[in-house]
Design a protein around this ligand. Structure first.
Ligand SMILES: NC(=O)c1ccc[n+]([C@@H]2O[C@H](COP(=O)([O-])OP(=O)(O)OC[C@H]3O[C@@H](n4cnc5c(N)ncnc54)[C@H](O)[C@@H]3O)[C@@H](O)[C@H]2O)c1
Ligand SMILES: [Zn+2]
Length: 398
């Protein structure tokens, strides 16, 4: 075991990397928060191992929250691993899908907790992707004004993104993630074996968020992803280990440097301004979030090049990687005015002016406005004629 990153520690921030340790087969990222330090444990077979669950505060109840897709795959093994440490281990299943990240799902968790007489020390364990993690985290933030929770993310996106940072939420019919709270987990357990059953499309969508960390924070990591993409697509544990570890370190470092969400953290939204316009314009769920972000990163990189920040070759390099990852690189066929209209609704927009996350130089991002005509030119050049809902464009653009 070697100490490989301790320079990001920032006392008092909501989350920052205190230290990481890693070996060939597993890694631990320690994240410092004002409430204490928690660990992200990464490796194959982690969720069923007894030592994964050592050192947690004592509690009578553990309640696993999952869904009917994930529970049969890993639920029984997880429950068996937890059983020796709690008086009672129960589970509650939520319906699968983003459309069920809602108040009804939350109510189902509260009903289970109150129906079983669960006290304020009860530990909730989120077993699933970002949907299960976000709803469970919010239930934990609010049940009896807050109970501890543990994340066991089972999608690549959840392992590298949604389980880090402490944001929890449900959707409201009028907006995504509109009802939520900050609530840090007690522990995050990334069992790389869970990724073996993930549909290829979901794996690629998670890779979009992994790739994102290169341009915004770590140019060497981008090179590493380029070299190791075949191993990542083949789900080789050693490659997944490095990808998940480095992604968690970077997310924790960026979040930790931006205590009050003043704007630094916005760089995590690289590709997301264009991406959200794709999701909203095509109808949510038509492209997966990660697919929209993949294409969005191509457009944002080209915008960065158009603005003279990075060479055009850098944008092409990103496009090539994103395409190799199995993500769409061609922009859907919406009129430029529609794109602009959708992007003005972005949370980063100020007084109707769209603010884009751009690459200032390889490995470093910033947020800035761009003239409409430059954005229009980027879109006009890279829109794929006829690319409609349901079709994924891998066209290379101009
Ligand atoms: N809290 C945050 O900071 C944050 C950050 C990014 C995204 N999110 C949220 O995360 C959600 C998206 O997460 P997601 O991409 O994981 O989607 P998801 O949770 O819907 O999972 C995708 C699909 O894969 C299935 N699945 C999960 N694990 C599996 C496995 N191991 N094998 C087979 N199938 C499996 C799920 O049941 C689901 O059908 C969104 O709601 C988004 O808002 C939150
Ligand atoms: Zn995202």
């Amino acid at each position: 075991m070697s100490l490989i990153a301790s320079h990001h520690a920032a006392q008092g921030s909501p989350a920052s990397v205190a230290a990481s340790t890693s070996s060939a087969t597993e890694a631990t990222v320690r994240v410092a928060t004002p409430g204490g330090t928690y660990e992200i444990l990464i490796g194959s077979g982690r969720l069923a191992r007894a030592d994964t669950w050592a050192g947690l505060p004592p509690a009578a109840d553990a309640v696993i929250v999952s869904n009917p897709v994930v529970w049969p795959l890993f639920g029984p093994a997880l429950a068996a691993a937890l059983a020796p440490r709690y008086r009672r281990v129960t589970f509650v299943l939520l319906p699968d899908g983003e459309e069920h990240k809602d108040a009804a799902a939350l109510q189902r968790i509260y009903d289970h907790l109150l129906g079983h007489g669960c006290d304020r020390k009860t530990q909730l364990v989120a077993l699933g992707g970002g949907v299960v993690g976000d709803v469970t985290g919010f239930a934990a933030a609010t049940y009896m004004r807050g109970v501890p929770f543990i994340q066991v993310p089972t999608t690549l996106l959840a392992q590298v993104d949604s389980s880090v940072g402490g944001k929890t939420a449900i959707n409201h019919p009028l907006g995504k993630n509109m009802i939520g709270a900050f609530h840090q987990p007690l522990r995050v357990v990334c069992d790389l074996d869970t990724l073996n059953s993930l549909p290829a499309r979901e794996l690629a969508a998670g890779l979009a968020e992994v790739i994102k960390y290169g341009p915004i924070h770590d140019d060497a990591f981008l090179g590493w992803i380029e070299r190791n993409l075949p191993a990542l697509l083949a789900r080789e544990p050693a490659a997944l280990l490095q990808a998940v570890r480095r992604s968690c370190e970077i997310k924790a470092a960026v979040v930790g440097a931006d205590e009050r969400e003043s704007g630094l953290r916005a760089v995590l939204n690289f590709g997301h301004t264009f991406g959200h316009a794709i999701e909203a314009g095509l109808g949510f769920g038509t492209w997966l979030h990660g697919e929209a972000v993949g294409c969005g990163m191509v457009l944002a990189a080209r915008l960065s090049a158009e603005l003279g920040l990075v060479p055009h070759a850098y944008a092409e390099r990103l496009l090539e990687l994103i395409g190799r990852a199995g993500l769409p690189t061609g922009a859907p066929d919406m009129p430029a005015e529609r794109w602009l209209q959708l992007m003005r609704l972005d949370k980063k927009a100020e007084a109707g002016e769209i603010r884009f996350v751009v690459i200032e130089q390889p490995g470093q991002a910033g947020v800035r406005p761009a003239p409409d005509e430059v954005v229009r030119a980027v879109l006009d050049r890279h829109r794929v004629p006829g690319l409609r809902p349901g079709l994924l464009g891998h066209a290379q653009g101009a």
